[in-house]
Design a protein around this ligand. Structure first.
Ligand SMILES: [Zn+2]
Length: 318
């Protein structure tokens, strides 16, 4: 999955827009210009990616990207952390989110977690809860799509916190535009089925309709067939993985911890974070749980930052 080519130009545009917004001198024309620029970059990069494949033009090497000198990178991190500190105060975070290390030049090899295998699974997309890395990074994933809070989009952009969305059509179909805006801000949108069914209860062909249907839907709406799929409730069987593979899915990330506005839930016995852990949360509002989306982000970021982790971009690693 060659997503890295997307990140440099877009982050650059975003950082400039963010600076304008945070300094309180936001000029509508300028900000719109940035947005349009980012979209043009996206369109161009998608085209290049199709034509050039991995290592093609538009790869790493933007300012502060992996292609820059260590001094350039240090300066770029310093600037972006200064912006983040301002944003952290504005959004009521106790601490400034930590800066993630540069994305790896080569993505780690991911295999299915022990105990999560299905028969014949070695030829199917891997199912995992943690990405094999040694650095103190974790990944934030948000599921379903019920709550469409514009504050979340602004908050995450200003705090420069990457996340990935796993979308189910039956809850996003009343406002596809919200997720278009999310995509334009650099968030990758992935597959969480059409109707959020319990997959092991469905036949192979019904599962395939649920997964392939949402692949096509997301491609039509947002311009890209997602490489990642998460089954509803984390439940799957061999048919699910076979169907996912047939629909073009490359990997099936589950989660190691789940975030709520007032607490965390843990998969591991030590009730802690580990390098590479995937955190699950949901697009929910005050009618579904005790807080807003920004409340939930404040809670999860307090935990992540206090434990010394940075949030990294899942698509840089998977
Ligand atoms: Zn779900």
């Amino acid at each position: 999955m060659m997503e890295k080519s997307l990140s440099s130009p877009r982050r650059c545009g975003l950082a400039a827009a963010l600076l304008v917004a945070l300094l309180g001198s936001a000029c509508a024309a300028e900000t719109t210009g940035e947005r349009e620029g980012a979209q043009r970059d996206t369109a161009r990069t998608v085209k290049e990616r199709g034509a050039a494949g991995p290592g093609g033009p538009g790869g790493a090497g933007g300012p502060g990207g992996p292609g820059g000198s260590p001094a350039d990178r240090a300066e770029s991190v310093r600037k972006s952390q200064a912006l983040r500190a301002v944003a952290a105060r504005k959004w009521g975070l106790d601490r400034t989110p930590l800066a993630a290390p540069p994305p790896p030049a080569v993505k780690p090899v991911i295999t299915t977690r022990k105990g999560f295998e299905v028969e014949g699974g070695e030829y199917l997309p891997p199912v995992f809860t943690t990405v094999p890395v040694t650095e103190r990074v974790v990944f934030l994933t948000i599921d379903d799509g019920t709550e469409k809070d514009p504050e979340l989009l602004r908050m995450m952009s200003e705090l420069q916190i990457p996340y990935s969305a796993f979308l189910s059509d039956y809850v996003i179909n009343d406002n596809y535009g919200y997720f278009r805006e999310m995509r334009d801000r650099g968030v990758a949108l992935h597959n969480h089925t059409l109707n959020h069914r319990y997959m092991p209860g469905l036949s192979y062909s019904a599962q395939k309709r649920e997964i392939c249907g949402q692949q096509s839907n997301l491609a039509r709406l947002y311009g890209k067939r997602p490489p990642l799929f998460r089954p509803p409730y984390g439940n799957y069987n061999q048919d699910t993985l076979r169907a996912a593979s047939a629909c073009g899915v490359k990997a099936v990330p589950l989660w190691a911890a789940e975030a709520f506005p007032d607490h965390m839930e843990w998969r591991e016995w030590d009730r802690d974070l580990h390098p590479g852990d995937i955190i699950l949360t949901h697009f929910r509002g005050t009618e579904d749980w005790e807080g807003t989306m920004p409340d939930m982000i404040r809670q999860v970021m307090r935990t992540v930052t206090e434990k010394g982790y940075a949030v990294a971009r899942l698509e840089d690693y998977v």
